[in-house]
Structure formats: C-alpha cells, structure tokens
Design a protein around this ligand. Structure first.
Ligand SMILES: Nc1ncnc2c1ncn2[C@@H]1O[C@H](COP(=O)(O)OP(=O)(O)OP(=O)(O)O)[C@@H](O)[C@H]1O
Ligand SMILES: [Mg+2]
Length: 270
C-alpha cells in the first residue's frame, strides 16, 4: 500500500484550499483512512486550526517540529509528525519560516524534488497525504506539485475565475508531466443565482471532465466550524457544508462503501 497524494493549489487567495484540506482530511480519517496533512503555507492556518485544538492557544511557545525545519534538513520527517487529536489524522506543521527558506538555504529553490524525497518514506504509512499550499505559483508550490500526483484547485464562481485558471493550467503544464491530473472544484456556489449557474457552466465547458460534479455551496458553517476549531462534520453534521464535503470526498478520492468497509475491518482486526 502506498498513499495517494494530492496538493491543494490556487493562484488566488481565500478560495477554500485550507478549508478543503482540513475537512477532506477529517472525512477521510473519520472513514478509517490514515491521513497526513502537510501545511506548506507560511500563514499556517491549517496548523493553527489543528494544534490550537490539540495543544491549546500557546502551542507556538513550544519548539515544535515543522516542515520548514525538515526542508532545511534540521529535522527528520518521521520524527516530526504531530498528532491532531483525531485517530488516523496527523500533521506536518507549517511555519512562518517557510517564507525565509530561500535565504536560509539557497540550494532549496534549485532542488524542487526535496519535498518528494521527504515524503517518499512516509508513503507506506498512509492512505492519503494532502498538501495545503499558499496562494502563489512559486518554487514552494512547484515542490508540492513534484511531490504529489494529483492537484485539487478550488475556484469561486466569479468573473475572474476563468482567467485565473487560464494562467494556472499552462503553469501546471510547464511544471510537471502529470498536469492532466488536476481537478477543479467550484466552491462558495449559490445555485439559486443565474450568474453562478452561468459561470459554473462556463468553467465546466472550458475544462470538460476536469471539474468535480459536486460543487460546495456557500454557507457560514465553514467559517463557524473553523472558529470553533472543528470540522464541519462535527460542527454542523446535517448541514449542506457537511453533505457537500463528504460527497466531494467520495468523488475526489475514489471513496466507496467497499473501501470504507475494508478499512474499518482492517482497523478493528488489529
Ligand atoms: N463554501 C464556503 N462557503 C462559505 N465560506 C467558505 C466556503 N469555503 C471556504 N469558506 C471560508 O472562506 C475563507 C477562506 O477559506 P480558506 O482559508 O480555506 O481559503 P484558502 O484558499 O486556503 O486561503 P489562502 O489562499 O489565504 O490560504 C474562510 O473563512 C473559510 O471559512
Ligand atoms: Mg489557505
């Protein structure tokens, strides 16, 4: 067994990368899959969310291992994995230091496979590895692309979304040979507006077969769940947020009733 690897990517900020990484990882872990989140964003929102819950508000005051230290070869990945407090869900933490890496180690920017070699020994340990990226197409995002085999691109249905994708897709093409493995997910969707319907259709027509069927509707539940330090499944289990997210996971990660049963059997057999 080897983990399936995904990165969450977009050029634009605030489109739902971290929300998807976090909630998809919960859905996977709750379904019995061993899941690792890698926070490759200097903002470290994912890390703050998970560690504030498990370690408390002051977690930054303790010297924690993080992905920046691993990339700088100051720490080993296997010894740096943090528990989220949820069974089967673990984290390689982000750090503000990610922004300083090119100054701290100038070779790093010329070695785009370093993250790939860091994650390689961890692949047999997990079913899924999800890498959350910063809203930028830079050397760090490129490293995430080299280390993962599929790309999830959350997009808002807005006038500039197509333009953003038109920039991103050729960049993906240039960066990797696996650029065909990208999936666009329409987020913050309001199906009761003609504008959103029209824009979603336009995105689907431009990237046929590449846009997830399951759209994620606009709802305050995501922000409220994040504020409470919870996934939407815990905060609002019967909400459209929980429903859309779980259904999206089935589509994106090839989840099925059989794979879930198999995992649960494996775990209860130990
Ligand atoms: N479907 C949705 N409906 C309403 N709010 C949403 C939805 N998805 C995400 N949000 C909210 O939008 C905000 C931005 O989301 P998020 O932090 O996941 O974006 P991001 O792409 O990771 O941002 P950045 O590029 O800065 O890392 C958050 O407050 C989140 O709760
Ligand atoms: Mg983010």
């Amino acid at each position: 067994m080897t983990a399936k690897t995904y990165c969450l990517l977009s050029k634009k900020g605030g489109v739902g990368k971290t929300t998807f990484a976090l909630n998809c990882a919960h859905a996977l872990a709750f379904s019995g899959f061993r899941t690792l989140l890698v926070d490759l964003d200097a903002q470290s929102n994912l890390t703050k969310h998970l560690l504030t819950k498990s370690l408390g508000e002051d977690f930054r005051k303790t010297e924690l291992p993080d992905i920046a230290k691993i990339l700088l070869r100051r720490r080993e990945a296997a010894d740096s994995i943090l528990e989220s407090g949820y069974p089967g869900l673990q984290l390689l933490a982000g750090s503000p230091e990610l922004d300083d890496l090119p100054l701290l180690d100038q070779r790093l920017t010329r070695e785009p496979t370093r993250l790939q070699s860091i994650l390689a020994p961890l692949l047999p340990e997990y079913d899924y590895i999800l890498v959350d990226c910063a809203p930028a197409l830079n050397w760090l995002t490129r490293m995430a692309l080299m280390a993962t085999s599929e790309v999830i691109i959350p997009t808002q249905p807005e006038a500039y979304a197509l333009q953003g994708l038109e920039d991103l897709v050729p960049w993906l093409d240039r960066m990797t040979a696996t650029a065909q493995l990208f999936r666009v997910v329409i987020n913050m969707y309001r199906g009761n507006t003609q504008l959103h319907k029209m824009l979603a259709e336009r995105i689907e027509a431009t990237y046929p077969g590449r846009v997830a069927k399951q759209k994620v509707r606009l709802t305050i539940d995501f922000a409220e769940a994040a504020r409470s330090g919870l996934s939407v499944f815990e905060h609002a289990p019967a909400s459209s947020a929980a429903l859309d997210m779980y259904s999206l996971c089935f589509e994106l990660f090839g989840m099925s009733a059989e794979t879930i049963h198999e995992k649960i059997r494996e775990r209860t057999a130990v």
